[in-house]
Write a protein that binds this ligand. Sequence first.
Ligand code: DC
Length: 224
Amino acid sequence: MERLNIAIDGPAGAGKSTISKAVAQELGILYLDTGAMYRALALKAIRLGIDPNDASRVVPMLPGTSVSVRSEGGVQRTLLDGEDVSGEIRTQQIAKGASDIGVIPEVRVKLAECQREIAKNADVVMEGREIGSYVIPQTPYKFYVTASSDERAARRLRELHAKGLELDKTHGQMKAEIEARDHTDSHRATAPLIRVPDAVYVDTTDMSLDEAVNFVLARIRRKS
Ligand code: DC
């Protein structure tokens, strides 16, 4: 049976997660946040005192490391070597570590294999940076979600502040961090963040969440 695989890519803070979760819920299918998997690997490296940029130490760590996900009532739990790390991976330090560790080709190969296996076995909305260009390029359902870096920084700051995190960070600092992460994600040699020509472009700068979700759903329904 042909699986419904939906790829939602774009830079940090563009609204991908919110849109992906809402679309998955509306369609009654699985939601997979692939960034959480990169974050889990970064967390392990940092706990071991390994710099996520240091491929010579990260690569040997990979065979003994398992990253898996499970869905609990539509909410993704991310497991690192069997431990639920869903909360711990949500800091800016881990976000940067994930961006850095994602530059290492062996890391990408390991996680992409796991993501392809999930896509083969389930209808899924998969959110990331290179899902439509590299992980499941054969899918006809590809979206590239973005927004201005000002707006993305404001959203990310609101999200973190709501959780009581990074309370002393300014808008300017957050914008600089987001732009640095965009640069790393877009310039890595293996599977960078790019907008593929067949992805539907969604600029959420001036869109409400509902508008963005309805727009994406309408495009999916038009094709299926
Ligand atoms: O989506 P996020 O903010 O949780 O992602 C954190 C970092 O992980 C992101 O800056 C780059 C990396 N990442 C990646 O390289 N490929 C993905 N499919 C998802 C995330």
